[in-house]
Design a protein. Structure first.
Length: 215
């Protein structure tokens, strides 16, 4: 019965893609179970594809996605108003990277965001708005994985702990798993969320272990 269900779902997805009249971006590449994805610094003018060709790496973590202010739910690359997620920065570059067999993982937060309060879990108090922001990014870039870079005050301060709870709650709304459903070419792709935590040579501290379980 399970095998038959998988066949039916695969056929349904193929029908949706074939029946779509809208142009479809190059299909995203499935990430390996163990993937090397170094940070790509979004505050630079570098090209993702150029770095891939020069380094040989085919997967990159795009660092970072932040909100515009301490009270904002609007996401942008490096928190820049000129580079709102809806503007589609990096789309041509990502398409070129996928043509080489690679892909990207958008990363939320980072040291500056965690210190400045522009990590979306900290700045946005509405769980549904956080989920909608995640959904919009996934639909825009057709990514299958999001990274939550949790460090700084998010590890120890009460407001950072509250932010971790909101991040976790937003993922449980079910919207993260169904994001991209408006695009028939992406609605059948699985979604994953991972967390990046600082680690000392000795071990993780209790606060880091706690954030790993709540984020």
């Amino acid at each position: 019965m399970k095998i038959r269900l998988r066949i039916l779902l695969a056929a349904a997805c193929a029908t949706l893609v074939a029946g779509s009249a809208a142009p479809v971006a190059p299909a995203a590449t499935a990430l390996p179970a163990h993937v090397y994805a170094p940070y790509f610094e979004t505050w630079t003018a570098d090209s993702i594809t150029s770095l891939a060709q020069q380094s040989g790496s085919r997967y990159f973590t795009l660092a970072f996605v932040e909100t515009l202010s301490k009270s904002s739910c609007a996401l942008a690359w490096d928190g820049s108003k000129a580079d709102l997620i809806g503007n589609g920065k990096y789309l041509p570059d990502i398409a070129s990277l996928r043509g080489l067999g690679g892909d990207v993982i958008p990363s939320f937060g980072g040291w500056s965001a965690d210190q400045g309060g522009t990590e979306i879990g900290d700045s946005c108090k509405d769980v549904n708005a956080i989920a909608a922001a995640y959904e919009a990014l996934i639909a825009k870039y057709d990514v299958s994985r999001l990274d939550m870079d949790i460090e700084g005050r998010s590890l120890t301060k009460p407001d950072g702990i509250d932010g971790a709870t909101r991040r976790s709650s937003s993922s449980r709304t079910g919207r993260l798993q169904t994001a991209g459903r408006s695009n028939s070419a992406t609605r059948c792709r699985p979604r994953r969320r991972v967390s990046s935590l600082p680690v000392w040579p000795s071990s993780r501290t209790r606060s880091r272990t706690t954030r790993a379980s709540t984020s």
